[in-house]
Design a protein around this ligand. Sequence first.
Ligand code: HEC
Ligand code: HEC
Length: 230
Amino acid sequence: MLSKSQARLFFIVGTIFFSGVFLWLTVDTIRQVPNQTRAANITPAVDRGKKIWEANNCMGCHTIFGEGAYYAPELTKVVERRGEVWLKTFLKDPEAMYPGERKMTNYHFSDNQINDVIAFLKWAGEVDLNGFPAKPTLSATTASAPVSNLDLLKGAPSTFSQLCTACHSVGGKGGNVGPALDGVASRMSAEEMTKRIKDPMSVKPDSKMPKLGLSDGDISQLVAFLQTLK
Ligand code: HEC
Ligand code: HEC
């Protein structure tokens, strides 16, 4: 049995000790926040991107860090999943990417605004979230990440390895929305490829291949690369 004064001492020492532990844990957590949020990476572009994100209520349809609405995909890791080239093309004209079947609003952003939004999403993807979100186990019809680690793609422009491989495979890597492009040069001339990439619906009115709004320079680079796939 403790005497009254021993009990008081026990109470006081215990309270001081555990208050100390609590304070120390609080300070430690606060100290780790800048590191976990990658505060050093918050550039003015990230900041502008976040304002665009808020002003347009992207969370009315999307979640980020698990918060928001569940109508449209989680976007925390979207830069890792899609790559910047794909995102730029998609944000410029979401419907072109999925002709006639998609629901994402076209905000008519300028190139600068698109870069800011991507900077924001890229920062979000680098925040330390203890493994959130879990990698999906579903098999996707579009490739889950830019395919650039393949010998066949050594000479490919980044537009190809980040954008076209979302739907097309080469050497078995990539999406399966469109046909595999292995050997495409032996079934198609450079002129026909150019037409197909520039305006797929001019060749096939019900084409599921998006009109991607690429520059002539990009297209001739792509065609030069595709011509090597014999
Ligand atoms: C009205 C609902 C809606 C709003 C608002 C909306 N989106 Fe989307 N978003 C979608 C849907 C639906 C998709 C899935 C692709 C599709 O169907 O077009 C999508 C897809 C995306 C993707 C590609 C995701 C992936 O994994 O392929 C990105 C990036 C994106 N949205 C960014 C944004 C940004 C940035 C904003 C705000 C400026 C925004 N969205 C606002 C509905 C919306
Ligand atoms: C959103 C999916 C999607 C993306 C992204 C995409 N394509 Fe396609 N592509 C298709 C589909 C689907 C077809 C099948 C033909 C059709 O429906 O017109 C196709 C057909 C083609 C063909 C004709 C192939 C054949 O054997 O008939 C070529 C060449 C081609 N795409 C090149 C490209 C290039 C280069 C890019 C990148 C700039 C690209 N595609 C991006 C979906 C896509």
